[in-house]
Design a protein around this ligand. Structure first.
Ligand code: ADP
Ligand code: ZN
Length: 682
């Protein structure tokens, strides 16, 4: 996955006269200062220094040594306040790598790595205990002492080996849903060598209260939690606890990959396939990939866990770059739930919930068990679907399906706002059986309420979890058994372990299946596998019903057979044919500006520069095209897509072109951003 973009900054090996200093806050460049005699034994990369800047004083970070300045006298460092570097050496090295790999200024990378204010020397006691915000869920899955299964045992011992020796080894932990991955993480961490820390990345911490709870149960106060819901002073306090060795396990969303341990013994990336590991603004890094690089720089194992690994990670395992650890079986004796696909193309009933699913729900509830209903849309959104081929007309700009607005009788795109007339015939197959469907979580909730008036329903989507702690409360409602049916978007598929779920209904599996994004099939496969994995985790077997207009789609067929490998083989073949990742590397260069014509002209200039830089390489350059969401926060955007078999020329072309552009005036009035390994084509 990761290329070898070389880290170019020279580090102080011992003592030097001049150092390069960067300031937080996204500085584009470094400044040279001289080091007075009295600080020389102490100052090095990652050290915080107080320096004269403009007419005042300012804290900055030493990034390395600097050449003696030419033509001006460097100013002296005023103070070096800390005994040891504030930023550990491996993190400085990681920042250097990120700066070159993601084509972002080093100061900006460092600014993003540290909690706000740390660089400026702010230390504060948090006003509220972070534990209140990250309280785990009551554990309703009753188990006394867990004895690891032989598959778990094998995975744990395989990881502990390189951990004890401190050598880099990347693992893909491919574990079926309910196969006990969390237990593997926890037991591996228990074997951490003295003096080193563990980092555990989760896609979104407020959505994984169970996992946090299990870690807290095992490691108590040795845990530090980092996530975006914390106040700035809480984040600084957690950061300090890690830095000062009070905490040895740091759990958090993608930015926890920057936990300031001097020595990292193990990095875990749970649900590594999850798109939210990608940061989409500022330094556009992928937390999973940075985790692999940090492990490499540090010399430690990294475990990428998932029931549905990303094509990229699994491909790396197939090619032998990563080692594959497998937990093929569930820990409970029932195995995976039985999945039935129901073809609803010819159905006359208007209802979203078709008779078979109603019947199964009735049986499930009667047996005293609970159900989950999944639909990947909020609200009541109506949309058109072709009953012949299952196609859902999408926005030509955004490659997402269009929503039908009853009052205007128009199709409209919820992203870009474009309205269009509903087509008379299916744009895909030419058929005339276009049907209007009312989808969305609220519609499903309404139907369920009419069908099962005595059953308490819980709805979970972005509309119902806006309040702090709301997600945990809703999950608690279901886990405790107070609620009979959980209805929701992909939030219900997030790894929850509720033993009493007997049935999962995928109300409409078609959303996203026909999108133009090359990852569409993979995403649908993942979410259906994941949500199906919520059923039958306790003492009874589970069942899954998938309603769809595309019953022959391979994503659904393989998901229904719990066949990851089968899906991977087909999908990998398609990607290879079209030369998409993991068989090529992509970069998205976007140019934005307040004035449309300036942005457009800037993009044309960027294209010319890139094309020139790519001469003699096999880097393919496509575009510029107006971005799907053309105007964001008042800025027009144009995209240029770069595609290459190898990562090295890709970086070289970008570096060369961007440097040339910076020296010319071609980008006046606009701004150029680079997105390496973009998640979507949007
Ligand atoms: P996954 O993340 O792979 O879906 P979990 O880690 O949530 O699975 O584990 C599923 C359930 O099985 C949890 O309730 C967990 O406590 C339990 N469990 C894990 N390992 C074992 C084991 N060896 N024996 C019994 N129960 C186990
Ligand atoms: Zn659109």
């Amino acid at each position: 996955m990761l290329g070898n973009a070389q880290f170019t900054h020279q580090y102080l090996s011992n003592i030097d006269m001049y150092v390069a200093v960067t300031f937080e806050l996204g500085a584009e460049r470094t400044f040279t200062y001289s080091v007075p005699e009295r600080f020389r034994a102490r100052v090095g990369p990652g050290h915080r220094v107080l320096v004269p800047f403009m007419r005042g004083e300012r804290y900055g970070f030493v990034v390395g040594d600097a050449d003696p300045p030419e033509g001006f006298a460097a100013k002296d460092i005023i103070d070096v306040p800390d005994e040891s570097p504030l930023v550990p050496a491996t993190l400085m090295e990681l920042a250097g790598w990120m700066s070159s790999y993601y084509h972002s200024p080093l100061g900006m990378v460092l600014g993003m790595m540290l909690p706000p204010g740390v660089g400026a020397g702010k230390v504060s006691k948090p006003r509220r205990d972070v534990r209140e915000d990250t309280e785990g869920l009551t554990d309703y899955s009753k188990k006394s002492e867990i004895t690891p299964t032989s598959a778990q045992e094998k995975a744990i011992s395989t990881v502990i080996g390189p951990m004890a020796k401190g050598v880099f080894s990347p693992f893909v932990l491919h574990g079926a849903t309910g196969s006990g991955k969390t237990e593997v993480y926890i037991r591996s961490i228990t074997g951490l060598p003295e003096g080193s820390g563990a980092i555990v990345l989760v896609p979104e911490i407020s959505l994984t209260p169970q996992l946090v709870g299990r870690f807290r149960e095992r490691f108590g106060d040795r845990i530090a939690v980092m996530h975006s819901g914390l106040t700035e002073s809480q984040r600084r306090a957690e950061w300090r606890r890690v830095r000062e060795g009070e905490a040895s396990v740091c759990i958090g969303a993608r930015s926890a990959v920057f936990a300031p341990f001097d020595k990292v013994g193990l990095i875990v990336v749970d649900e590594e396939h999850d798109g939210s590991y990608k940061q989409e603004e500022g330094v556009r890094y992928n937390g999973r990939d940075v985790a692999v690089m940090r492990a490499k720089l540090q010399g430690c194992p990294v475990m990428l866990g998932s029931a549905t690994p990303s094509l990229e990670s699994y491909h790396n395992a197939m090619e032998g770059r990563y080692s594959l650890l497998e937990l093929p079986e569930r820990v409970t004796g029932h195995g995976q739930p039985r999945v039935r696909i129901i073809d609803i193309r010819e159905r006359k009933e208007k209802d979203l919930i078709q008779p078979e699913l109603v019947e199964k729900t009735r049986e499930c509830l009667k047996a005293g068990r609970q159900a989950i209903f999944f639909i990947n849309r909020r609200g009541f959104s109506d949309f058109l679907i072709c009953r012949d081929c299952g196609h859902v007309p999408g926005c030509t700009n955004c490659s997402i399906s269009l929503t039908f607005h009853q009052c205007a009788k128009k199709l409209s795109c919820h992203w870009c706002g474009t309205d269009s007339e509903p087509p008379g015939l299916c744009p895909e197959c030419g058929g005339d059986k276009l049907k209007l469907i009312g989808g969305g979580t609220e519609k499903v909730e309404e139907e369920l309420a009419a069908l099962f008036p005595d059953v308490k329903l819980t709805r979970m989507d972005r509309d119902t979890i806006t309040k702090r702690g709301a997600f945990r409360e809703l999950l608690e409602e279901v886990a405790s058994g107070r609620s009979g049916i959980l209805v929701g978007t992909q939030l219900v598929a997030k790894g929850h372990d509720i033993p009493n779920i007997g049935l999962v209904g995928v109300v409409l599996a078609d959303y996203g299946l026909h999108g133009a994004d090359f990852r569409a099939a993979e995403r649908v496969f993942q979410v259906v596998m994941q949500v199906a994995g919520r059923a039958g985790r306790g003492d009874h077997p589970g069942e899954v019903i998938v309603q769809t207009y595309s019953p022959e789609h391979y994503s659904l067929i393989f998901a229904s057979k719990h066949d990851y490998k089968g899906f991977y083989d087909i999908e990998a073949e398609a990607r290879e044919e079209l030369s998409y990742p993991p068989f090529s590397r992509l970069a998205l260069v976007s140019v934005k500006g307040v004035k449309d014509d300036k942005a457009k002209r800037g993009a044309e200039a960027a294209k010319t520069a890139l094309t020139r830089a790519a001469k003699g390489t096999n880097v393919i350059i496509l575009g510029p095209a107006p971005a799907p969401i053309r105007r964001v926060r008042g800025k027009y955007r144009y995209n240029i897509l770069l595609k290459s078999k190898d990562v090295r020329p890709l970086h070289a072309v970008i570096d060369k072109a961007v440097k040339g552009l910076a020296e010319s005036k071609a980008l006046s009035g606009c701004r150029l951003d680079v997105d390496i390994d973009p998640q979507g084509m949007v």
